[in-house]
Design a protein. Structure first.
Length: 378
């Protein structure tokens, strides 16, 4: 192919938010002639396999972890084989970033999706950036908040950053036909389905989700709850549901490739995250016109809400399960109000987070970075 060749780098290829963003970005850039390749440093998964089926060359290095000694030579070999014009990291790993120092003429772009203050080991993160951060030619935080945290915690100059929001293929998402029924198996016909999507980890605060589910269950007998995702807290959360006496109302759906279909079928989406740099799932909920109730987490969610002319859902400042349950109950009882909110959410996503515009912005960053470096030389 004669287009600009970009190598996208991920740690894993599974169904995480970062992986789904890369898949959507590659799709969005396809009309521009980008020749996209995907490198998975460790294990492949649903997203990398889907991208392979869509015709994207996928290179799995198969490292056991991000610090595996062989990763340096494997990544160098991949760079020589693929000969990319640009390398775009979506997770920062030391050895692949170190390898880029051996190829100084290839522009390195890095998208920051993660919460710097909430990094598992902030000292290690600072050491990583001190060692390889200067090699990055352009840093793309996914929200203004993320950019401020990069400056505050890591000393990254604002002049090196361009905020690039996560985007969605709004038209494609709404053109897709649902593949299955709207009610989870076992929920029963006529049930009102309240659902959540995400990794079963502390960041998502599934405990308050279950506590709100308990409160809502006491208010009405027609409600069932769907939890889409998996993770290390699956067993403790199941135990919490048992203790609260709502185990028969909770449907644990695990990781699903038909997440959009499920979101479309929810009567209300419950958004309980404690921090989100820029919540792609919330944007997807808006794009699908699904009513939403939840909290305003730390991170870039407030930047989305600032773009709204009227409330796109019910968002509470105080993290308490009973007010959240009341909000959900009100939405279920007042579909006209819920519909008005969903229309505003849809407008904001269509006008500000449409992948066509995001892809054009990224393509402009690629072109500017390549012009600044000159032609890549391997």
């Amino acid at each position: 192919m004669g287009g600009l060749r970009v190598l996208y780098v991920l740690g894993h290829g599974g169904l995480g938010g970062i992986e789904r963003h890369v898949q959507a970005l590659v799709r969005g850039l396809s009309p521009t002639g980008i020749d996209a390749h995907l490198c998975v440093l460790m294990q492949p998964g649903e997203v990398s396999e889907a991208m392979k089926r869509e015709g994207v060359p996928v290179h799995v290095l198969g490292a056991r972890h991000g610090h595996a000694p062989g990763l340096l030579s494997l990544f160098c070999r991949l760079l020589r084989d693929v000969r990319p014009d640009i390398v775009h990291f979506h997770e920062l790993h030391f050895l692949p970033a170190l390898a880029m120092r051996l190829f100084p003429h290839i522009p390195l772009i890095y998208s920051e999706h993660c919460s710097i203050p909430d990094a598992p080991n902030l000292s290690a993160t600072r050491a990583l950036w001190a060692a390889v951060g200067h090699r990055i030619d352009r840093i793309l935080p996914v929200s203004r908040y993320t950019g401020r945290m990069l400056t505050e915690y890591l000393g990254v100059s604002a002049g090196r950053m361009t905020v690039v929001y996560n985007g969605l293929d709004v038209e494609g998402l709404n053109a897709k036909r649902p593949s299955g029924g709207r009610v989870p198996r076992g929920a029963g016909e006529g049930a009102r389905v309240v659902g959540g999507v995400g990794r079963l980890a502390a960041q998502k605060d599934w405990k308050v989700f279950l506590e709100a589910a308990k409160c809502l269950s006491l208010m009405r007998g027609d409600v069932q709850f769907a939890i889409v995702g998996d993770g290390p807290l699956r067993r403790p959360l199941e135990q919490t549901a048992n203790r609260l006496g709502i185990a028969d109302r909770i449907h644990w759906l695990g990781f699903r490739e038909d997440t959009s279909d499920l979101l479309r079928g929810f009567d209300v989406f419950l958004f309980t995250s404690m921090h989100e740099e820029l919540p792609t799932t919330l944007l997807e909920v808006f794009a699908l016109r699904t009513p939403v109730a939840g909290f305003v987490p730390k991170g870039g969610t407030s930047e989305i809400l600032e773009l709204c002319n009227s409330p796109p859902g019910v968002f509470l400042e105080q993290r308490s399960p009973r007010p959240l349950a009341n909000a959900v109950n009100d939405l279920l009882n007042d579909p006209r109000r819920a519909d008005a909110m969903t229309e505003e959410g849809f407008r904001v996503v269509r006008e500000h987070f449409n992948m066509r515009a995001i892809a054009a912005q990224v393509k402009g960053i690629y072109d500017a970075s390549l012009n600044g470096k000159g032609a890549a030389s391997l």
